[in-house]
Design a protein around this ligand. Structure first.
Ligand code: OSB
Ligand code: MG
Length: 377
């Protein structure tokens, strides 16, 4: 039995080594919510809520997630007996609508706690089968195409197994052509539009077919499946859905409608690890490849993504880069490192396999709140 006694929320601000620009905006400081749960035995687990400062990726933000956890999620789960971490998500879904990022933060911390209590790695608790995962890089929109080319070349030289470049209207076909012309047809290249287009832009996507892209990620609206199906019917390049897939039902709908052929699973977007595993299993059964996306996580969220990406059907390199790609100094020990384009899954350590650097967190905390059940003194 699992009995949660306390949830602590920490907001830390981490400056990114370089600003990250997608079609809907730029981030230079990542405002991160860390979640620390404690159970009746005094054991603890950590996770990260991936909601960002502005609602330009998802409707949730770090502030809405804070409110959701404090007022609705924490009171719902504290001091209640659960048989295991897999019971948290269905329980939250039953009574609380939406707020998937907030729910995921708490749920993932409980998974981490459970792994630590059982003294096994989180990857094993989730059913992971890999000892290392292939690493991809997500490159934001750059000021000039020359900078993009240089960055892609450097990433390939560093060993990254898959390159993703962000696009937006006016910064798409010409940039892709330059990358192919300068760096050749063999680079495993894909693009991510973060919803910047509509079906009126269909010719842009038809033109992309000649570049041998691995996939086009989320070209149309963030909550759409029907128009994506129309687009996928008219182009050869596989569509990969990110924002539109908020859970297992949306994966089923995507499959039924033909809205895409690949799924980007971000546990933080879909309500947590239970939901991610269900999506993974469904996709494996239906021969839909999946990969683990990223939300510019600190080493804590990254640890959960690494554990999830160790499951069998994560066959495409994910957006799981090493700590140094994002931060001068990460908040976990050891930091995440890449060797020959791979990150080692910490299969010999319990829980998420890295320790939170508490001194460092204290130095960069801007908000902190301890949530306890009313029943406890
Ligand atoms: O669309 O995948 C995305 C970052 C923030 C919000 C949305 C996305 C991204 C990335 C970054 O692409 C991936 C990473 O964490 O390296
Ligand atoms: Mg994306």
């Amino acid at each position: 039995m699992l009995n949660l006694r306390q949830i602590i929320l920490h907001e830390v601000h981490l400056p990114l080594i370089e600003p990250f620009t997608i079609s809907s905006g730029t981030q230079d400081v990542r405002k991160i919510m860390l979640i620390e749960v404690t159970d009746a035995d005094g054991d603890t687990g950590w996770a990260e809520c991936v909601a960002q400062e502005f609602p330009n990726y998802s409707p949730e933000t770090i502030d809405t997630a804070w409110i959701a956890i404090k007022h609705w999620i924490a009171p719902h789960v504290l001091d209640r007996a659960f048989s295991g971490p897999q019971d948290i998500f269905p329980f939250l879904q039953q009574d609380i609508r939406g707020h998937l990022m907030a729910k995921a933060g708490v749920e993932m911390a409980v998974w981490e706690l459970s792994a630590r209590k059982q003294n096994i790695p989180l990857s094993k608790l989730l059913g992971g089968t890999r000892n290392s995962i292939e690493t991809g890089i997500s490159l934001g929109i750059q000021k000039f195409p020359e900078i993009l080319i240089t960055k892609i070349k450097k990433a390939v030289d560093e060993g990254y197994r898959r390159i993703k470049m962000k696009i937006k209207p006016g910064e798409d076909i010409d940039n892709i052509r330059r990358v192919r012309d300068d760096l050749g047809p063999d680079i495993p290249l894909m693009v991510d539009a973060n919803n910047a287009y509509t079906l009126d832009d269909i010719d842009v996507f038809k033109a992309m077919d000649e570049f041998g892209l691995l996939m086009i990620e989320q070209p149309l609206a963030w909550d759409d499946l029907v128009r994506h199906a129309e687009l996928q019917r008219q182009i050869k390049t596989p569509i990969c859905l990110d924002e539109s897939i908020t859970g297992i039902e949306r994966v089923e709908d995507m499959h039924t409608l033909g809205s895409g052929r690949i799924v980007n699973i971000k546990p933080g977007r879909v309500g947590g690890l239970t939901s991610s595993i269900a999506m993974h299993d469904y996709c494996m059964k239906h021969n839909i490849p999946v990969w683990c996306g990223g939300m510019l996580e600190s080493g804590v969220g990254r640890a959960h993504n690494v554990a999830l990406a160790s499951l069998t059907n994560f066959t495409i390199p994910g957006d799981i880069s090493p700590s140094k790609r994002y931060w001068e100094k990460d908040i976990v020990i050891p930091e995440w490192e890449m060797h020959d384009g791979e990150i080692t899954v910490p299969v010999d350590k319990p829980g998420m396999g890295v320790e939170v650097d508490r001194d460092r967190i204290e130095n960069i905390t801007v908000r902190h709140e301890i949530l306890k059940s009313q029943n406890i003194s």
